[in-house]
Design a protein. Structure first.
Length: 406
């Protein structure tokens, strides 16, 4: 299915027409031919396509080797939906001036509209070779490539386009779609190659987990583990799914099984530590968190829960040191806000009044900012929902401590 945003094509047409006009006028004294060319370009910009075509045809009759006139006539025909005529005009422009910017791009689009996929992709490859910094040329190469049965080239081209124009929404959309198609194709081959593979169950488990179908995800992870009981990561993922459905004992069992397979699993150590702290088993929680931090000292969230463990063990100074470390990292998330709240309570208990006041003020400021951000997200979601009945709100996910950050 072709996904050609017309507004994007129109912007490209206007830009190319502007570039051609500027290059013509920069040559000096304007001749009658150049005046007629300028009239045609202005008519095209104003949407008077029939007049624009008449003007460019007049220019071509007077100056049959005027490549830019063929280019702009091709742009007009493209906007009129006359793709065969557009293709002929653009091919003539390229014949007269092979490096004319934009000619191969729009020739590729004309071929694409005509379902001529191989000529389309050939023209777009020429455009990107001649103008490697043109993000839109790379984008259109990526858009056309899947229909020409080159999905890997599509992803590579759109990755290049995204590097050149990282904020372009059209590029980001097509890039995501290209990678999604590659993933889908890969999974389809995998299912056909071995439908009973543990990896098939893993893919299904991950899909169910992302859709908050946690019970189904658990069943698929268990099926995968049955086929590959020593595969690192499977028990850890199963534990996370048990956590989401509040089966905390099962979650702990899964994390311990993960550590039997991979004793250095930082995530399993961290999550076991958090679960034990939340379950008021401070000594066990402290042990697992310290082991996780010994392997990766950058786990900011672990310091917060280690502080909670120290509080339960009645070690306020050690707890405060951990909370202060979290606050200093300033990750700006919920953990940071809670660290400031805990600091305020401890400072107050230690009669450090001014520090308690500052910590509480910082907590309140961060909370207000988070609440405002949440309101903005909800408003954007409401606007999306009002635009399409298909965008239904997703089920509320059960709260889970933040994953460790690398």
């Amino acid at each position: 299915m072709k996904l050609v945003p017309p507004h994007s094509v129109a912007r490209l047409v206007a830009l190319v027409a502007l570039i051609v006009t500027v290059s013509i006028s920069a040559s000096g004294q304007e001749s009658g031919i150049e005046s007629k060319f300028r009239d045609g370009t202005e008519a095209m910009r104003n949407g008077s396509l029939a007049q624009a075509a008449t003007d460019f045809q007049a220019v071509i009759r007077s100056s049959p080797r005027f490549a830019e006139a063929y280019l702009n006539l091709g742009l007009v025909r493209e906007q009129q939906g006359r793709y065969e005529d557009a293709s002929k005009a653009l091919q003539q422009a390229i014949k007269l001036k092979p490096t004319l910017r934009g000619a191969n791009l729009f020739l590729g689009l004309a071929h694409y509209r005509l379902n001529h996929y191989e000529p389309a992709i050939a023209a777009l490859r020429r455009e990107t070779k001649q103008n490697p910094s043109d993000a839109k040329a790379w984008m259109w190469l990526g858009v056309v490539a899947p229909d020409a049965e080159h999905p890997e080239e599509a992803a590579a081209a759109l990755d290049k386009a995204a590097k050149l124009a990282p904020q372009d929404v059209d590029i980001l959309y097509h890039r995501g779609r290209a990678h999604m198609l590659i993933s889908k194709e890969s999974y389809q081959h995998m299912f056909k190659a071995d439908p009973n593979s543990w990896r098939v169950h893993l893919v299904l488990a991950q899909a169910n987990a992302e859709a908050d179908r946690d019970t189904d995800a658990i069943a698929e992870y268990q099926a995968a583990i049955k086929l590959a009981p020593q595969e690192p990561g499977l028990h850890e993922n199963l534990g996370s799914e048990f956590w989401k459905v509040s089966k905390f004992e099962d979650a702990q069992t899964a994390y311990r099984q993960e550590l039997e397979i991979d004793p250095n699993s930082v995530v399993a150590l961290y999550k076991l530590g958090v679960l034990n702290v939340l379950g008021s088993r401070a000594s066990d929680g402290k042990h697992f968190l310290e082991e996780a931090l010994r392997r990766d000292p950058t786990l900011n969230n672990a310091y917060y829960y280690l502080g909670r463990a120290e509080l339960q063990l009645n070690h306020p100074e050690a707890a405060l040191a951990n909370f202060e470390r979290v606050a200093k990292a300033d990750s700006g998330d919920e953990i940071t806000r809670q660290a400031y709240y805990q600091m305020a309570q401890l400072y107050r208990q230690m009669h450090r009044t001014e520090e308690a006041r500052k910590a509480l003020a910082t907590f309140q400021k961060l909370k207000e900012e988070a609440d405002l951000h949440q309101q903005e997200l909800l408003e954007r979601k409401r606007q999306r929902l009002s635009q399409s009945v298909e965008d239904l709100p997703s089920p509320t996910k059960k709260e889970e401590p933040v994953e460790p950050r690398n």
